[in-house]
Design a protein around this ligand. Structure first.
Ligand code: SAM
Ligand code: SF4
Length: 331
């Protein structure tokens, strides 16, 4: 099948697939305390439907799939989906983003299913701070999940993702660096974006990757850039002068990477989003449920991708909030 390319010449190689909108956490930067009106079962794509889209997308040049949510591990039989995705010819990377709370029970099955990469979100190493942010006093279970993951070297690397928030994250930057270097986890900070359901986001809350880098360099000396030559890589990656460990900064607000964006997203209810900040979506579920013809599905995806947004406009007068918040999109 013809490759997926947008009208600005960007080739699409990466797809984030949300498999549920539900979550067992209520992170303040993402969801309201009371949760959100959950999708009904009939609205959510079945694993067969997800697989059909994934197969067509891979035929059109998608090389990486990341499963996300909501919290993907709350959906039943996730390892089965992982296993089936893993067998798609041409898929080079299959990864998962999770809050980690159910990993202790599921890490083995995910490894057996063929998961190769994982991001575990962890914003604080301090129990009270973690409980306040996630509104769940469960840090122990996340740490146990991480410890369990270490038993399965086929899932590599283990990345820790922390949202960087001013007056919240600074104090723990060096603790996270020590933790990650000691455990051989890859550490990533991502800038806080206006995708929270409660709309608490303020420009002033952004703590940039550059500021975090300065904190690290004051303690460890100049970081050493890691360059892969892949322009679509979202993280600015560094190691330390002693070569131990890796940190990275995902700076969508202070250093937008839209010009090289190679991603599309599929929501749990089968809507294709060509930008995290999209205000419009393409209904793939309707196509899936009305036609068996993969060419029709492919043509719909291709048409949507052609209209992929040029960029987000955070910090600009033209900025409009996305029509969904993060947990409903799949970050
Ligand atoms: N529940 C899983 C988790 O937390 O890892 C997967 C879904 S979550 C929406 C995916 C990622 O989005 C997490 O790393 C989370 O920290 C990040 N995220 C959520 N809201 C965000 C926001 N407003 N700004 C930046 N990152 C955000
Ligand atoms: Fe749930 Fe992830 Fe959103 Fe936190 S960031 S509420 S864990 S979906």
């Amino acid at each position: 099948m013809e490759l997926l390319v947008d009208s600005y010449g960007r080739r699409i190689k990466s797809m984030r697939i949300s498999i549920t909108d539900k979550c067992n956490f209520r992170c303040t930067y993402c969801m309201p305390a009371e949760g959100l009106p959950w999708l009904r079962k009939a609205e959510i794509l079945s694993y067969e439907e997800i697989l059909r889209i994934a197969r067509v997308a891979v035929k059109m040049g998608v090389e990486q799939i990341r499963l996300t949510g909501g919290e993907p591990l709350v959906r039943r039989d996730l390892p089965d989906l992982v296993h089936q995705l893993h067998t798609i010819d041409g898929l080079r990377s299959l990864s998962l983003t999770t809050n980690g709370i159910l990993l202790k029970q599921q890490a083995k099955a995910l490894a057996d299913g063929g998961l190769t990469r994982i991001n575990v979100s962890l914003d604080s190493l301090i129990r009270e701070k973690f409980a306040k942010l996630t509104r769940r006093d469960q840090i122990e279970r996340v740490l146990e999940g991480l410890a369990e993951l270490e038993k399965y070297p086929s899932i590599h690397p283990i990345k820790i993702n922390a949202v960087a928030i001013r007056d919240y994250s600074e104090d723990e930057v060096l603790d996270f660096v020590r933790f990650a270097r000691h455990k051989a986890y890859v550490m990533r900070w991502i800038e806080f974006m206006p995708l929270d359901a409660d709309q608490i986001w303020r420009k002033e809350d952004i703590l940039t990757g550059g500021e975090i880098k300065t904190i690290i360099e004051a303690a460890y000396g100049p970081l050493v850039p890691i360059t892969t030559g892949d322009p679509s890589e979202t993280a600015r990656r560094y190691t330390f002068s002693d070569g131990i460990g890796e940190v990275g900064f995902i700076n969508p607000v202070s250093e937008p990477f839209c010009a090289n964006c190679d991603r599309i997203r599929l929501t749990a209810d089968g809507q294709l989003r060509t930008c995290l900040f999209a205000t419009e979506e393409t209904d793939l579920r309707a196509i899936l449920r009305s036609s068996d013809d993969d060419e029709v599905l492919a043509a719909t995806i291709r048409q949507a991708v052609w209209h992929k947004e040029l960029k987000h406009y955070i910090g600009d007068k033209r900025f409009k909030r996305a029509n969904r918040s993060m947990s409903m999109i799949g970050g």
